[in-house]
Design a binder for this molecule. Structure first.
Ligand code: M6R
Length: 599
């Protein structure tokens, strides 16, 4: 989704803005632009497509400071991805960049047009800059004009605005879309939609609260209604780079053994699981769980539902957040409301959380980004500790979400007395083996690379599994379709005979998840039925299977979750290798954004 950067200081402002935008590329975009204010003049450049096009356009423009600048990568919502629709949008003497959606933009636009203002773009954003310039006519101070502008906006926004009326100043506002401000001892001030561009640049950052409005200049940073709370920013540039891998997705798949270890630290103990984030009486009065999430996080939630019901004997209901928010759900106060989100900014999930809070439910977020909007809204949070995930196709974030849900189900089971000491010990032993299993799973990478050449065509893929391997089948299909653009669907294996099997022929590829620890015979007969109808079968299993056309042999494990994690890696590697062979952009697939901050 759109990315915003801003800078005040003495460096080459263009360079910092473009480098900063590059750090936000993973969010997805289709055009980009910058505006640089120096010695009372503002210079703006925009380009459709990747940042190299913007670099090409700005060749020869090397503005050393002091000055200020704003930059933007746009993921089209209102209007096509054209240069005119790209940000920054300009008025007569001001420029704005915006992330989010201005819901009442039509009304404001009509008002302004009636007063003679000409609009250049089809965007909702452009109203902000014209409204600001209108307000400067009735407000002497530019900041007062900016505040009055923001007060008129309905919807979601993170906004940076520069005007010749306020040299070396950036006005900012945030509601519903994230915005971070950073600073360092050299007097430089930075803005960004996520902390990736700020790592190694700012030493302290403040995550703006909902409703923040303010301005920054070399002399002063001012915000209201609450002062900004700066905290140290850890990390260095290396953590955010590819480190020798071809793609971020590949790096992130290979990071899984380590990050899963981080997820477990201090939580998986000898005799069971502990979460210091959850107080001793956290479950008091709660008998059921409702989980809301989107995409991959929804698949993690579905996996969790099997674990909670099996181990903690709690009734679980999982819903896609975009459906939940409009269905007038029945919420009872014996329900723990859980949201799962990698980014912590997904608009639908955030809204679901807001509704649950308004209904008075106890809420828990499982999230990868501390200080994100979801984390700040939830009553309690369990951080997944996956580290920055840049590949649009989620991998390590999913692994850590599932790990948290597995640990949480054991935690709840212990609290509710639905598991005995021996059972808990067995779970813990299995959990301790996950990092090793994830590492061993990577040994099939070469095999997946070779297999991928046979799966570049066909009329579709079925990923099938049962029990927790059903959500894993959904996830395998999503991974493949996101980055290969091939049609893939996940199904519970037992559903085949109720319709989907009608599609079976030699050009229908079935990826069968066949664990030995869970319902092996059942899934085997489902796969046999597909094979009898000539579907091409790729079996993933520790047990040989004669009818498979292709086979990925996994290790023998004695716990379904260990088989789950190993098969997850196979699915990820296969999807990535198919995408590479098709020549697609693995990390930034078409039409997708990493952080979906609009409905
Ligand atoms: O940040 P979130 O986990 O809330 O994002 C939800 C989905 O948009 C996300 O999982 C999406 O499906 C990924 N691209 C999947 O790889």
């Amino acid at each position: 989704m759109c990315g915003i950067v801003g800078y005040i200081g003495k460096r080459n402002i263009k360079r910092w803005l473009i480098d900063g935008l590059r750090e936000l590329e993973y969010r997805g975009y289709d055009s980009a632009g910058i505006a640089v204010m120096k010695e009372g003049e503002i210079h703006a450049y925009k380009a459709v497509g990747k940042l190299v096009n913007l670099e090409e356009k700005t060749k020869g423009f090397e503005p050393e400071g002091p000055g200020a600048g704003i930059g933007h990568t746009r993921w089209a919502t209102h209007g096509k991805p054209t240069e005119l629709n790209a940000h920054p949008h300009m008025g007569e003497y001001s420029y704005v960049v915006h992330n989010g959606i201005i819901e009442n933009y039509r009304q404001i636009k009509e008002e302004l047009e009636a007063e003679g203002v000409a609009f250049l773009s089809q965007t909702d954003t452009e109203v902000i800059v014209h409204l600001f310039e209108k307000m400067t006519k009735t407000h002497e101070e530019p900041y007062a004009a900016f505040k009055a502008t923001i007060a008129r906006l309905e919807g979601a926004y993170a906004v940076l605005l520069m005007s010749k009326k306020a040299p070396q100043t950036i006005f900012f506002a945030r509601k519903g879309s994230p915005m971070i401000i950073g600073k360092n001892a050299g007097g430089e001030i930075f803005f960004a939609s996520s902390d990736a561009p700020l790592i190694g640049e700012a030493t302290e950052v403040a995550y703006m609260e909902e409703g923040t409005v303010g301005y920054a200049s070399p002399e002063k940073i001012y915000a209201e209604p609450d002062a900004l709370q700066f905290v140290p920013l850890a990390g260095d540039k290396l953590t955010a780079q590819k480190g020798g891998y071809r793609f971020f997705m590949e790096k992130e798949i290979y990071e899984q053994p380590n990050v899963i270890g981080d997820t477990m630290i201090g939580r998986v103990l000898d005799e069971g699981v502990a979460f210091e984030e959850l107080g001793g009486d956290f479950l008091e009065g709660l008998t059921r769980i409702k989980i809301c999430a989107c995409g991959t996080s929804y698949h993690a939630a579905l996996t969790g539902s099997y674990l909670f019901e099996r181990q903690a004997k709690m009734a679980v209901n999982v819903e896609i957040a975009s459906e939940f928010r409009y269905k007038e759900p029945l919420l009872t106060d014996d329900t723990l409301f859980v949201v799962i989100s990698q980014s912590g900014e997904t608009a639908d999930t955030l809204e679901a959380l807001r509704m649950a809070k308004a209904a008075g439910l106890k809420t828990l977020a499982i999230c990868n980004v501390d200080n994100s909007s979801i984390v700040r809204m939830a009553d309690a949070t369990i951080l997944t500790r996956a580290g920055i995930e840049k590949g649009v196709a989620s991998t390590k974030a999913f692994a850590t979400q599932v790990m948290v849900l597995w640990m949480l189900s054991l935690f709840f089971a212990q609290k509710r007395g639905t598991i005995n000491a021996e059972g808990a010990r067995r779970e813990v032993e299995a959990m301790d083996r996950v990092p090793t299993v994830l590492k061993e799973a990577l040994t099939v990478h070469e095999k997946c690379k070779r297999l991928s050449k046979r799966y570049l065509h066909g009329h579709g893929f079925f990923f099938i599994g049962r029990d927790i391997f059903f959500p894993l089948a959904l996830e395998g299909a999503l991974k493949l379709k996101e980055i290969s653009y091939l049609h893939a669907e996940g199904y519970p294996a037992g559903e085949m005979k109720h319709g989907p099997i009608a599609l079976a022929d030699a050009e229908l590829f079935t990826v069968a998840l066949m664990p030995q620890t869970l319902l092996y015979d059942k899934i085997k007969s489902n796969v046999e039925e597909l094979s009898a109808r000539d579907s091409t079968i790729l079996a993933i299993s520790p047990l040989p299977f004669d009818l498979a056309d292709d086979f990925v042999l996994t290790h023998a494990h004695d716990h379904p979750m260990l088989e789950f994690f190993e098969m997850m890696v196979v699915e990820q590697l296969l999807a990535m290798e198919v995408s590479i062979r098709l020549g697609n952009d693995v990390d930034m697939p078409r039409n997708l954004a990493k952080s979906v901050t609009v409905e």
